[in-house]
Design a protein around this ligand. Sequence first.
Ligand code: F6P
Length: 333
Amino acid sequence: MIRIMAVFQKSVKRIGVFTSGGDAPGMNACVRAIVRTARARGLEVWGIEKGYVGFIENLMRPLEARDMANIIQRGGTVLKTGRSAEFMKSEYRKKGAENLALNQIDAVVCVGGDGSFRGAMALWREFQIPIVGAPGTIDNDLYGTDFTIGFDTAVNTALEATDKIRDTADSHDRLFIVEVMGRNSGHIASFVGLACGAEEVFTPEINTTVDKAVEKIMEALKKGKRSSIIITAEGQKPGRAYDLAEAIRKKTGLDAKVCILGHIQRGGSPTATDRIIASRMGSSAIDVLISGHCDLMVGIEKNEIVQVPFELATQREKKTSLDYVKLSNLLAI
Ligand code: F6P
């Protein structure tokens, strides 16, 4: 695939960095890598707080290498984050561009997801502000990168919780429906489903029906399985966890318990995998800017760092691994 990269001419002395959208474990490790790589290359770095809110409200301050001490292991984001509806309007983006100029920030690194990257694209197109992104979202829904920062930790958090649910499901011979995050995608659901040994996995991309799930649960009961776990993605349509539980109750009389894992999946200390990809992506983002390229995301494919134009990363759909769901179904006999 041909990937056309945007180039810019101006020399970069001061770089801004911000985290945006839903927080993801590993964002701090990425910010640390951005700040320290930039300092090692002789550039100044300013932190912009609360995502795009900080652009509009001028929440910007200098960051030094030492400010990054002991954050690699911390969940959340020390720069705070936000979702700014205002930034979708050109007048507020103009204000943001003016504040960057006021603080003499020449180029920016954004750690965030697709919505954040769309804001970054607009800043480049409207005001020629060079921006490079590092994919920070638990959803893993950005095209062109095998993994996003925070996904591995979220999967492990959801898995640990689901293993605990399995204990009580097994003790009571119960059926549980566990709903995981992922917005409109089923990446977390398919990974957790395979890893926890789920009896059924529902993701928005797969045509499973409640009827099929009920059929499988009844078959499993006949074979002597006493407890079952269904993993469902929050973006599942029609029917999130409570709807599924109700449908199963109506069809079978079985009391399906529901557990919505929710924001617990966004917190906690990042796994080694997330810390490592965050460090590699953050450091590469600085080198990309130094090379005069922008309007792109730094991703990871087959363990190699790659550059993906924002337009591709945000507009193409990254499909959930159907193989994982198929294997999960095969092993759930
Ligand atoms: O994008 C990350 C994510 O956690 C999604 O999985 C979820 O749908 C959404 O953010 C929730 O957003 P908020 O915390 O703003 O409600």
